[in-house]
Design a protein around this ligand. Sequence first.
Ligand SMILES: [Mn+2]
Length: 331
Amino acid sequence: MSRAALLDDQDRLAEAIRFIEEGDRFLVVSHLHPDGDAVSSTLAVGWILHKLGKDFLMVNEDGLPAKFGYLWGSGQFIRFSPDLSASTFNRVIAVDCADFARIGEVRSCFGPDTALLNIDHHPTNDHFGRINVVFADAAATVEIVHDMAERMRIEIDADFATCIYTGLLTDTGGFRYSNTTPKVLRTAAQMLEAGAEGSRLAGLLLERTTFGQTMLLRLALNRMERSRNGKIAWTYVTVQDLADTNATLEDTEGLVNYPRNIEGVEVGILFKEMPDGGVKVSLRSNESADVSVIAKSMGGGGHAKAAGCTMSGSLKDCMERMIREVEAALE
Ligand SMILES: [Mn+2]
């Protein structure tokens, strides 16, 4: 990165710090269906505000996923309810939100003059804040929050370190994705030194499954199919499967990697029959194929290597149509 760009990043961070120091009362929000980075960056910002003796509320339209219950402040991560709209906040900090709409219902807590600090790492972020700290080269939003705390010279403890490590671990797929930079590993190392328990967190977040998840995986593996040339592999999950295995839709997360990971496969697909009709399709590609083009042509979207869409029709019909589309795209 150029020297000018780095200076600009430092200016943005300084602005964000001023925004925090000048206010007394904050609302901290993130995106719907919060993932590890969304939860961790919300709590890490809460931890900073707590250290500074500020008033704050952390609210999300969807509550805290139970597996993050070990994090500092998880008990104060509130699920939005309409009576919260009665209290408005004029300083809001949004973390890990690529666009304003992803904040969801919590927006009803914003006053007409709300000043918004937008801290994020998604390259598609549309800079919806008054102050925008959007660093697309950061692996996770927690990386930016950590840099803020460091710049503010707040002494980091094990609670904060565990939040930061959790966000780094989950957004880099366990330090495996291409966003795992030397800086990510240096920050992670510092968090271990500050008391984060790396192997415990990896076990909890990357390895542990529920019985329902494993039974669902067994069904999905049993049904794995592949195209004649071996370039497309797919499997599916029905509404009945979820009931039979006592699993939830969230338990299907990661299933699409099984077809994608097979040697020779270029596109892996997971079909999920939805309770309210339609079929949700997750597409993953390995090398050359840009699955976002296919997803977009079917009314969905995403990235070149990870995309999705929702189709209408029976599961069988949707599977046949989508596989034909992908075959055509690979020709
Ligand atoms: Mn993130």
